[in-house]
Design a protein around this ligand. Structure first.
Ligand SMILES: [Zn+2]
Length: 233
C-alpha cells in the first residue's frame, strides 16, 4: 500500500514538475537523478581512485605531500560533463553537484587507498563569488559524497580571503606567493590529527588546491588527500 502510494505521489510530482535527463532529455529516470542510466554510464570515468601514481597525483609531485588524489571523470570540451559543470557553476543547478558528488562518493567508498579519510573539506570559494552564486559548488559536492560515504563535512574549517581577482597582471612567482596567503585556518582543532580529503569541482594546474593543501598540512599532524569531480588534460 505504502509503496503504491509512494509511486502514485512520484507520478503526480512528475506531472507537476517535469523532470528530464540533463543528457538526452528522456523522462525515464529516478526522481533524485539528473541523468538517466545510459547517460550516467556514458560519463568517462577515470578509475583513478584505486590507481597509485595516477595523473592527478603526478600534478602534485614535488609540490605537495599527499597520500592520494583522484578525479572521478575526464573533462573534455563540448561534452555532457562540461554542460553539467556549467549547470553547477553558472546556472544555479545545485542538484547536478549533489548528484555528481554522490557518484564520486560511490567511487571513494570502494577505494582501499582512501578508506581512512576522517573529514571532507570543500575548497573555500572567494567570499564575493560565493555571495554572488549563493553557494560554494565544492560544498555541494561534499554533501553529495557524504550522502553515500558517511564522513563529516567541515564547512568552516578554512577561510579564503578576497584578493585573488587582481592577479591577472602579475607574473607567476608573484601569483604563487600571493596564493600562499589566500587560505587561512579558522578551526585548527577540527583538522588536527586528521586525514583530510580536500574536495573541488575541477582540477587543471592544481595551483589553488596546492595553496589550500599547504595551509592544511601546516596544521599539526594532518594528512592530505584530494578528490575532484573532473580532471582536464
Ligand atoms: Zn539520458
Amino acid at each position: 500500500m505504502l509503496q503504491k502510494l509512494k509511486s502514485y505521489l512520484n507520478d503526480f510530482s512528475h506531472l507537476l514538475y517535469p523532470h528530464n535527463c540533463e543528457g538526452c532529455g528522456t523522462d525515464v529516470l529516478n526522481d533524485d537523478a539528473i541523468l538517466c542510466t545510459k547517460c550516467l554510464f556514458d560519463l568517462p570515468e577515470t578509475n583513478f581512485t584505486n590507481t597509485k601514481n595516477n595523473p592527478v597525483e603526478k600534478i602534485f609531485y614535488g609540490r605537495l605531500n599527499i597520500i592520494a588524489a583522484t578525479a572521478a571523470y575526464y573533462f573534455t570540451k563540448d561534452s555532457l560533463l562540461q554542460h553539467l559543470m556549467i549547470q553547477l557553476k553558472y546556472r544555479n543547478n545545485k542538484d547536478v553537484g549533489f548528484f555528481l558528488g554522490k557518484q564520486l562518493g560511490y567511487q571513494l567508498q570502494e577505494s582501499e587507498r582512501l578508506n581512512d579519510i576522517d573529514v571532507l573539506v570543500p575548497l573555500p570559494l572567494n567570499p564575493k563569488k560565493e555571495k554572488k552564486r549563493g553557494y560554494n559548488q565544492a560544498m555541494i559536492i561534499c554533501e553529495g559524497i557524504a550522502s553515500v560515504w558517511q564522513k563529516p563535512v567541515l564547512k568552516n574549517a578554512l577561510i579564503r580571503t578576497q584578493f585573488t581577482e587582481t592577479q591577472t597582471q602579475q607574473d607567476r612567482i608573484h601569483r604563487w606567493q600571493n596564493m600562499q596567503h589566500v587560505f587561512a585556518v579558522a578551526d585548527k582543532n577540527s583538522l588536527q590529527d586528521k586525514h583530510v580529503l580536500l574536495v573541488d569541482d575541477v582540477i587543471t594546474t592544481g595551483a589553488t588546491l596546492e595553496a589550500c593543501g599547504t595551509t592544511i598540512l601546516n596544521i599539526l599532524n594532518t594528512q592530505l588527500s584530494i578528490a575532484t569531480l573532473a580532471w582536464t588534460i
